[in-house]
Ligand binder design. Structure first.
Ligand code: HEM
Length: 403
Protein backbone atom coordinates (compact mmCIF):
# COMPACT_ATOMS: atom_id res chain seq x y z
CA UNK A 1 0.00 0.00 0.00
CA UNK A 2 1.28 3.48 -0.86
CA UNK A 3 1.46 6.13 1.82
CA UNK A 4 1.56 9.88 1.66
CA UNK A 5 4.50 11.88 2.98
CA UNK A 6 4.33 15.21 4.77
CA UNK A 7 4.38 17.18 1.52
CA UNK A 8 1.80 14.93 -0.10
CA UNK A 9 4.21 12.62 -1.96
CA UNK A 10 3.23 9.04 -2.40
CA UNK A 11 5.76 6.80 -0.72
CA UNK A 12 6.51 3.25 -1.86
CA UNK A 13 6.45 0.73 1.02
CA UNK A 14 10.12 -0.17 0.36
CA UNK A 15 11.05 3.46 1.01
CA UNK A 16 9.69 3.25 4.54
CA UNK A 17 12.85 1.34 5.49
CA UNK A 18 14.76 4.62 4.99
CA UNK A 19 18.02 3.79 3.19
CA UNK A 20 19.47 6.96 4.69
CA UNK A 21 18.70 8.28 8.17
CA UNK A 22 20.14 11.76 7.92
CA UNK A 23 20.10 12.57 11.61
CA UNK A 24 22.18 9.71 12.96
CA UNK A 25 25.66 9.24 14.37
CA UNK A 26 26.18 6.54 11.73
CA UNK A 27 25.73 9.02 8.86
CA UNK A 28 27.92 11.61 10.60
CA UNK A 29 30.69 9.00 10.95
CA UNK A 30 30.37 6.99 7.74
CA UNK A 31 27.70 7.91 5.17
CA UNK A 32 29.22 5.83 2.36
CA UNK A 33 27.30 2.51 2.73
CA UNK A 34 24.01 4.46 2.76
CA UNK A 35 25.14 6.44 -0.30
CA UNK A 36 25.83 3.23 -2.21
CA UNK A 37 22.35 1.94 -1.39
CA UNK A 38 20.85 5.24 -2.56
CA UNK A 39 22.83 5.31 -5.83
CA UNK A 40 22.11 1.69 -6.71
CA UNK A 41 18.48 1.34 -5.56
CA UNK A 42 16.95 4.77 -4.85
CA UNK A 43 18.68 7.31 -7.14
CA UNK A 44 15.86 9.81 -6.62
CA UNK A 45 14.75 9.22 -3.07
CA UNK A 46 12.11 10.95 -0.95
CA UNK A 47 13.08 10.73 2.73
CA UNK A 48 9.95 10.98 4.84
CA UNK A 49 11.96 11.43 8.04
CA UNK A 50 14.02 14.33 6.67
CA UNK A 51 11.19 15.61 4.45
CA UNK A 52 13.48 16.06 1.47
CA UNK A 53 14.58 14.38 -1.79
CA UNK A 54 18.07 12.91 -2.20
CA UNK A 55 20.03 12.84 -5.45
CA UNK A 56 23.16 10.70 -5.23
CA UNK A 57 24.36 9.72 -8.73
CA UNK A 58 27.13 11.79 -10.26
CA UNK A 59 25.27 12.77 -13.44
CA UNK A 60 22.12 13.80 -11.57
CA UNK A 61 23.91 15.80 -8.87
CA UNK A 62 26.25 17.47 -11.33
CA UNK A 63 23.41 18.50 -13.67
CA UNK A 64 21.24 19.74 -10.78
CA UNK A 65 24.12 21.82 -9.36
CA UNK A 66 24.45 23.57 -12.72
CA UNK A 67 20.72 24.14 -13.25
CA UNK A 68 20.13 27.00 -10.80
CA UNK A 69 16.93 28.01 -12.63
CA UNK A 70 15.31 24.72 -11.52
CA UNK A 71 17.31 24.02 -8.35
CA UNK A 72 17.15 27.33 -6.50
CA UNK A 73 19.25 28.39 -3.49
CA UNK A 74 17.07 31.29 -2.36
CA UNK A 75 15.38 29.23 0.38
CA UNK A 76 18.83 28.34 1.71
CA UNK A 77 21.51 25.80 0.82
CA UNK A 78 21.82 24.25 4.29
CA UNK A 79 19.48 21.32 4.87
CA UNK A 80 18.59 22.88 8.25
CA UNK A 81 18.86 26.53 7.38
CA UNK A 82 20.05 29.04 9.98
CA UNK A 83 17.19 31.55 10.48
CA UNK A 84 17.74 35.00 8.97
CA UNK A 85 20.51 33.93 6.59
CA UNK A 86 18.64 33.41 3.33
CA UNK A 87 18.97 36.05 0.62
CA UNK A 88 21.97 37.68 2.32
CA UNK A 89 24.83 35.34 1.40
CA UNK A 90 26.38 33.87 -1.73
CA UNK A 91 25.06 30.42 -0.95
CA UNK A 92 21.48 31.62 -0.43
CA UNK A 93 20.95 33.79 -3.53
CA UNK A 94 20.33 32.99 -7.21
CA UNK A 95 21.51 35.02 -10.20
CA UNK A 96 21.44 37.84 -11.01
CA UNK A 97 21.91 39.01 -7.39
CA UNK A 98 24.24 36.09 -6.64
CA UNK A 99 26.52 36.92 -9.57
CA UNK A 100 26.90 40.54 -8.56
CA UNK A 101 27.61 39.65 -4.93
CA UNK A 102 30.08 37.01 -6.04
CA UNK A 103 31.89 39.38 -8.41
CA UNK A 104 32.55 41.70 -5.45
CA UNK A 105 34.23 39.00 -3.42
CA UNK A 106 35.81 37.00 -6.25
CA UNK A 107 38.85 39.17 -6.72
CA UNK A 108 40.00 38.58 -3.14
CA UNK A 109 39.74 34.79 -3.67
CA UNK A 110 41.57 34.68 -7.03
CA UNK A 111 44.68 32.50 -6.85
CA UNK A 112 47.07 35.32 -7.80
CA UNK A 113 45.75 37.45 -4.94
CA UNK A 114 46.27 34.74 -2.34
CA UNK A 115 50.05 34.39 -2.55
CA UNK A 116 50.48 36.88 0.31
CA UNK A 117 48.82 34.30 2.59
CA UNK A 118 51.51 31.67 2.06
CA UNK A 119 53.94 33.34 4.48
CA UNK A 120 51.42 33.74 7.37
CA UNK A 121 50.13 30.19 6.94
CA UNK A 122 53.71 28.85 6.90
CA UNK A 123 54.48 30.86 10.04
CA UNK A 124 51.55 29.51 12.01
CA UNK A 125 52.18 25.93 10.78
CA UNK A 126 55.84 26.20 11.83
CA UNK A 127 54.87 27.53 15.26
CA UNK A 128 52.29 24.84 16.03
CA UNK A 129 54.56 22.08 14.63
CA UNK A 130 57.28 23.17 17.08
CA UNK A 131 54.82 22.51 19.89
CA UNK A 132 53.47 19.26 18.43
CA UNK A 133 56.81 17.61 17.61
CA UNK A 134 57.85 17.89 21.27
CA UNK A 135 55.08 15.34 22.06
CA UNK A 136 54.22 11.70 21.21
CA UNK A 137 50.57 12.35 20.48
CA UNK A 138 48.46 15.25 19.33
CA UNK A 139 44.92 16.15 18.30
CA UNK A 140 45.12 17.12 14.64
CA UNK A 141 41.88 19.16 14.84
CA UNK A 142 42.62 21.21 17.98
CA UNK A 143 46.41 21.38 17.70
CA UNK A 144 46.87 21.82 13.96
CA UNK A 145 44.04 22.31 11.45
CA UNK A 146 41.94 24.77 13.51
CA UNK A 147 44.97 26.88 14.32
CA UNK A 148 46.27 27.11 10.75
CA UNK A 149 42.80 27.72 9.32
CA UNK A 150 41.57 30.37 11.75
CA UNK A 151 44.78 32.42 11.75
CA UNK A 152 45.18 32.40 7.97
CA UNK A 153 41.52 33.16 7.24
CA UNK A 154 41.34 35.97 9.76
CA UNK A 155 44.45 37.50 8.21
CA UNK A 156 42.83 37.33 4.79
CA UNK A 157 39.52 38.82 5.92
CA UNK A 158 41.16 41.53 8.00
CA UNK A 159 39.66 40.32 11.29
CA UNK A 160 41.53 40.70 14.59
CA UNK A 161 42.95 37.34 15.70
CA UNK A 162 40.86 35.39 18.21
CA UNK A 163 41.49 32.16 20.06
CA UNK A 164 41.21 29.44 17.34
CA UNK A 165 39.68 26.95 19.80
CA UNK A 166 36.87 29.41 20.64
CA UNK A 167 36.20 30.19 16.98
CA UNK A 168 36.16 26.53 16.03
CA UNK A 169 33.82 25.84 18.98
CA UNK A 170 31.35 28.50 17.80
CA UNK A 171 31.59 27.42 14.18
CA UNK A 172 30.96 23.77 15.08
CA UNK A 173 27.93 24.81 17.10
CA UNK A 174 26.69 26.93 14.19
CA UNK A 175 26.74 23.92 11.84
CA UNK A 176 25.52 21.31 14.36
CA UNK A 177 22.05 20.07 13.55
CA UNK A 178 19.62 17.59 14.88
CA UNK A 179 16.26 16.63 13.58
CA UNK A 180 14.28 17.65 16.64
CA UNK A 181 15.61 21.21 16.62
CA UNK A 182 15.35 21.97 12.87
CA UNK A 183 16.33 25.61 12.85
CA UNK A 184 15.16 26.16 16.43
CA UNK A 185 18.31 25.10 18.20
CA UNK A 186 19.10 27.98 20.62
CA UNK A 187 22.77 26.98 21.00
CA UNK A 188 23.25 26.86 17.22
CA UNK A 189 21.54 30.18 16.64
CA UNK A 190 23.35 31.84 19.54
CA UNK A 191 26.72 30.66 18.21
CA UNK A 192 25.97 32.03 14.73
CA UNK A 193 24.66 35.28 16.25
CA UNK A 194 27.79 35.58 18.40
CA UNK A 195 30.00 35.35 15.29
CA UNK A 196 27.75 37.79 13.43
CA UNK A 197 27.92 40.31 16.32
CA UNK A 198 31.71 40.12 16.41
CA UNK A 199 31.84 40.73 12.64
CA UNK A 200 29.17 43.49 12.81
CA UNK A 201 31.44 45.46 15.16
CA UNK A 202 34.28 45.12 12.63
CA UNK A 203 32.04 46.24 9.75
CA UNK A 204 30.91 49.31 11.71
CA UNK A 205 34.57 50.11 12.40
CA UNK A 206 35.48 49.78 8.66
CA UNK A 207 32.66 52.08 7.61
CA UNK A 208 34.43 54.80 9.62
CA UNK A 209 38.03 53.60 9.15
CA UNK A 210 38.45 51.93 5.75
CA UNK A 211 41.37 49.52 5.43
CA UNK A 212 42.90 47.45 2.63
CA UNK A 213 40.95 44.27 3.34
CA UNK A 214 37.99 42.21 2.19
CA UNK A 215 35.54 43.57 4.77
CA UNK A 216 36.19 47.15 3.65
CA UNK A 217 35.82 46.11 0.00
CA UNK A 218 32.43 44.55 0.74
CA UNK A 219 31.34 47.47 2.94
CA UNK A 220 32.17 49.98 0.19
CA UNK A 221 30.93 47.88 -2.72
CA UNK A 222 27.94 48.89 -4.78
CA UNK A 223 25.48 46.67 -6.64
CA UNK A 224 23.40 48.55 -9.22
CA UNK A 225 24.19 51.81 -7.45
CA UNK A 226 23.15 50.43 -4.03
CA UNK A 227 25.65 49.81 -1.30
CA UNK A 228 25.42 46.43 0.40
CA UNK A 229 23.50 46.77 3.64
CA UNK A 230 25.31 46.16 6.92
CA UNK A 231 23.32 42.94 7.21
CA UNK A 232 24.57 41.71 3.81
CA UNK A 233 28.20 42.55 4.59
CA UNK A 234 27.94 40.88 8.02
CA UNK A 235 26.20 37.75 6.70
CA UNK A 236 28.57 37.39 3.75
CA UNK A 237 31.63 37.75 5.96
CA UNK A 238 30.15 35.44 8.62
CA UNK A 239 29.74 32.78 5.97
CA UNK A 240 33.37 33.18 4.92
CA UNK A 241 34.26 32.46 8.55
CA UNK A 242 31.82 29.56 9.01
CA UNK A 243 32.35 27.99 5.56
CA UNK A 244 36.07 28.69 5.64
CA UNK A 245 36.88 27.50 9.15
CA UNK A 246 34.52 24.54 9.15
CA UNK A 247 35.01 23.19 5.62
CA UNK A 248 38.74 23.76 5.56
CA UNK A 249 39.75 22.56 9.02
CA UNK A 250 37.47 19.52 8.64
CA UNK A 251 38.78 18.78 5.16
CA UNK A 252 42.39 18.95 6.37
CA UNK A 253 41.51 16.65 9.27
CA UNK A 254 39.81 14.08 7.04
CA UNK A 255 42.77 14.32 4.65
CA UNK A 256 45.12 13.59 7.58
CA UNK A 257 42.91 10.60 8.46
CA UNK A 258 43.28 9.34 4.85
CA UNK A 259 47.06 9.69 5.13
CA UNK A 260 47.10 7.87 8.48
CA UNK A 261 45.09 5.06 6.88
CA UNK A 262 47.33 4.85 3.80
CA UNK A 263 50.96 4.82 4.98
CA UNK A 264 52.35 3.96 1.52
CA UNK A 265 50.68 6.99 -0.02
CA UNK A 266 51.76 9.18 2.90
CA UNK A 267 55.40 8.08 2.50
CA UNK A 268 55.33 8.72 -1.26
CA UNK A 269 54.14 12.29 -0.65
CA UNK A 270 56.64 12.84 2.16
CA UNK A 271 59.43 11.78 -0.24
CA UNK A 272 58.00 13.83 -3.14
CA UNK A 273 55.97 16.88 -2.01
CA UNK A 274 55.02 17.66 -5.63
CA UNK A 275 52.47 14.83 -5.25
CA UNK A 276 50.55 16.84 -2.63
CA UNK A 277 48.13 18.59 -5.05
CA UNK A 278 46.92 15.30 -6.54
CA UNK A 279 46.55 13.79 -3.07
CA UNK A 280 44.37 16.76 -2.11
CA UNK A 281 42.16 16.33 -5.21
CA UNK A 282 41.71 12.62 -4.52
CA UNK A 283 40.78 13.38 -0.88
CA UNK A 284 38.26 15.98 -2.05
CA UNK A 285 36.71 13.25 -4.19
CA UNK A 286 37.05 10.40 -1.72
CA UNK A 287 35.60 12.03 1.39
CA UNK A 288 35.19 15.76 1.31
CA UNK A 289 33.99 17.65 4.39
CA UNK A 290 31.13 19.40 2.54
CA UNK A 291 28.97 16.34 1.89
CA UNK A 292 25.44 17.56 1.16
CA UNK A 293 23.73 20.83 0.22
CA UNK A 294 20.11 21.77 -0.35
CA UNK A 295 18.20 23.27 -3.25
CA UNK A 296 14.47 24.04 -3.66
CA UNK A 297 12.64 23.17 -6.89
CA UNK A 298 11.13 25.98 -8.92
CA UNK A 299 9.16 23.50 -11.10
CA UNK A 300 8.12 19.85 -11.15
CA UNK A 301 10.92 17.47 -12.21
CA UNK A 302 10.55 13.84 -13.35
CA UNK A 303 13.53 11.65 -12.53
CA UNK A 304 14.04 7.89 -12.30
CA UNK A 305 10.28 7.33 -12.29
CA UNK A 306 9.60 9.82 -9.49
CA UNK A 307 7.97 13.24 -9.65
CA UNK A 308 9.59 15.90 -7.52
CA UNK A 309 7.20 18.81 -7.04
CA UNK A 310 7.86 22.55 -7.29
CA UNK A 311 8.65 23.79 -3.78
CA UNK A 312 10.19 20.49 -2.63
CA UNK A 313 13.63 20.49 -1.07
CA UNK A 314 16.36 18.41 -2.77
CA UNK A 315 19.68 17.28 -1.30
CA UNK A 316 22.59 17.36 -3.72
CA UNK A 317 24.77 14.66 -2.14
CA UNK A 318 28.17 15.69 -3.50
CA UNK A 319 29.89 13.12 -1.27
CA UNK A 320 27.74 10.33 -2.76
CA UNK A 321 28.25 11.51 -6.35
CA UNK A 322 32.02 11.46 -5.82
CA UNK A 323 31.87 7.72 -5.03
CA UNK A 324 29.74 6.87 -8.07
CA UNK A 325 31.29 3.94 -9.97
CA UNK A 326 29.51 5.16 -13.09
CA UNK A 327 31.89 8.13 -13.08
CA UNK A 328 34.95 6.99 -11.08
CA UNK A 329 36.01 3.33 -11.58
CA UNK A 330 36.97 1.68 -8.25
CA UNK A 331 35.43 4.70 -6.58
CA UNK A 332 35.76 3.13 -3.10
CA UNK A 333 39.57 3.08 -3.41
CA UNK A 334 41.70 6.02 -2.28
CA UNK A 335 44.09 6.18 -5.22
CA UNK A 336 46.90 8.74 -5.31
CA UNK A 337 47.36 8.25 -9.06
CA UNK A 338 43.72 8.74 -10.01
CA UNK A 339 43.88 12.53 -10.67
CA UNK A 340 40.06 12.77 -10.60
CA UNK A 341 38.67 15.35 -13.00
CA UNK A 342 35.23 16.78 -12.41
CA UNK A 343 34.90 15.70 -8.76
CA UNK A 344 32.22 17.59 -6.81
CA UNK A 345 34.21 18.19 -3.63
CA UNK A 346 33.77 21.93 -4.19
CA UNK A 347 30.33 21.61 -5.79
CA UNK A 348 29.64 22.79 -9.36
CA UNK A 349 27.94 25.56 -11.32
CA UNK A 350 27.19 29.03 -9.99
CA UNK A 351 27.82 28.04 -6.36
CA UNK A 352 31.17 26.31 -6.99
CA UNK A 353 33.19 27.00 -3.85
CA UNK A 354 34.65 30.50 -3.97
CA UNK A 355 37.30 29.41 -1.45
CA UNK A 356 38.65 26.53 -3.55
CA UNK A 357 42.03 28.09 -4.40
CA UNK A 358 42.47 29.28 -0.83
CA UNK A 359 41.63 25.82 0.54
CA UNK A 360 44.04 24.11 -1.87
CA UNK A 361 46.83 26.61 -1.11
CA UNK A 362 46.60 26.41 2.68
CA UNK A 363 46.23 22.62 2.69
CA UNK A 364 49.19 22.15 0.36
CA UNK A 365 51.47 24.53 2.27
CA UNK A 366 50.69 23.30 5.76
CA UNK A 367 50.40 19.57 5.02
CA UNK A 368 53.74 19.52 3.20
CA UNK A 369 55.29 21.16 6.27
CA UNK A 370 53.61 18.62 8.53
CA UNK A 371 54.81 15.62 6.48
CA UNK A 372 58.32 17.07 6.40
CA UNK A 373 58.42 17.21 10.22
CA UNK A 374 56.16 14.22 10.98
CA UNK A 375 56.30 11.67 8.13
CA UNK A 376 55.11 8.81 10.36
CA UNK A 377 51.80 8.97 12.24
CA UNK A 378 48.78 6.79 12.94
CA UNK A 379 45.38 7.04 14.59
CA UNK A 380 45.49 6.23 18.30
CA UNK A 381 41.81 5.14 18.23
CA UNK A 382 38.90 5.11 15.83
CA UNK A 383 36.02 5.81 18.20
CA UNK A 384 36.41 9.60 18.13
CA UNK A 385 33.25 11.73 17.81
CA UNK A 386 31.91 13.38 14.66
CA UNK A 387 29.99 16.65 14.65
CA UNK A 388 26.23 16.01 14.24
CA UNK A 389 25.52 17.81 10.97
CA UNK A 390 23.11 17.31 8.10
CA UNK A 391 25.56 19.00 5.69
CA UNK A 392 29.12 18.48 6.84
CA UNK A 393 31.40 15.61 7.80
CA UNK A 394 33.60 16.85 10.55
CA UNK A 395 35.65 14.99 13.18
CA UNK A 396 35.47 16.62 16.64
CA UNK A 397 39.01 15.41 17.33
CA UNK A 398 41.56 13.35 15.40
CA UNK A 399 43.94 11.73 17.90
CA UNK A 400 47.27 10.91 16.24
CA UNK A 401 50.33 9.04 17.47
CA UNK A 402 53.65 10.30 16.14
CA UNK A 403 56.11 7.69 14.83
C1 HEM B 1 38.45 22.08 1.54
C2 HEM B 1 37.68 23.05 2.00
C3 HEM B 1 36.35 23.40 1.41
C4 HEM B 1 35.39 22.59 0.87
C5 HEM B 1 35.41 21.08 0.75
C6 HEM B 1 34.31 23.45 0.42
C7 HEM B 1 33.17 23.00 -0.24
C8 HEM B 1 32.18 23.80 -0.76
C9 HEM B 1 31.06 23.35 -1.54
C10 HEM B 1 30.74 21.90 -1.87
C11 HEM B 1 30.34 24.44 -1.90
C12 HEM B 1 29.05 24.45 -2.74
C13 HEM B 1 27.81 24.71 -1.87
C14 HEM B 1 26.53 24.57 -2.64
O1 HEM B 1 26.48 23.86 -3.65
O2 HEM B 1 25.51 25.16 -2.20
C15 HEM B 1 31.00 25.59 -1.35
C16 HEM B 1 30.57 26.90 -1.50
C17 HEM B 1 31.14 27.95 -0.82
N1 HEM B 1 32.31 27.94 -0.11
FE1 HEM B 1 33.52 26.36 0.19
N2 HEM B 1 34.62 24.74 0.71
C18 HEM B 1 35.86 24.77 1.29
C19 HEM B 1 36.56 25.88 1.72
C20 HEM B 1 36.06 27.16 1.70
C21 HEM B 1 36.77 28.33 2.17
C22 HEM B 1 38.19 28.33 2.72
C23 HEM B 1 35.90 29.38 2.03
C24 HEM B 1 36.06 30.86 2.36
C25 HEM B 1 36.90 31.40 3.11
C26 HEM B 1 34.67 28.87 1.45
C27 HEM B 1 33.57 29.62 1.17
C28 HEM B 1 32.50 29.19 0.41
C29 HEM B 1 31.40 30.06 0.01
C30 HEM B 1 31.22 31.52 0.38
C31 HEM B 1 30.56 29.29 -0.78
C32 HEM B 1 29.28 29.74 -1.50
C33 HEM B 1 29.68 30.13 -2.91
C34 HEM B 1 28.50 30.56 -3.77
O3 HEM B 1 27.36 30.19 -3.46
O4 HEM B 1 28.74 31.27 -4.78
N3 HEM B 1 34.81 27.53 1.26
N4 HEM B 1 32.12 25.18 -0.67
Amino acid sequence: MRQRGISGHEIEPKQMTEPITLYSAEIDRDPFPAYQNLRDHHPCYWSSSANIWFLSRYDDVSKAAQDWQTYSSTSGNLIDEIPGRTGGTLGTTDPPRHDRLRALAQVAFARKNLEHLVAPSRAVAARVLDQITARDQFDFVGDFSSQVTVETLFTMLGLPQKNPAEIRHDVVLAISTDKAARGKNPAQNAAFQGLADFIAAEVAHRRKNPADDLITRLAEAQIDGDRLSDREVVLTTSMFVVAGVESLSSFMSIFAMNLADHPDIRRRIARDPTLMPQAIEESLRFNTSAQRFKRTLTRDVEMHGQTMKAGDGVVLAYGAANRDERKFPNAEVYDLDRKPTGHLGFGAGKHFCIGNSLARLITQTSMNMLLDRIPEFSLTRRDFDWVPSSNFRSPVTLPLQIG
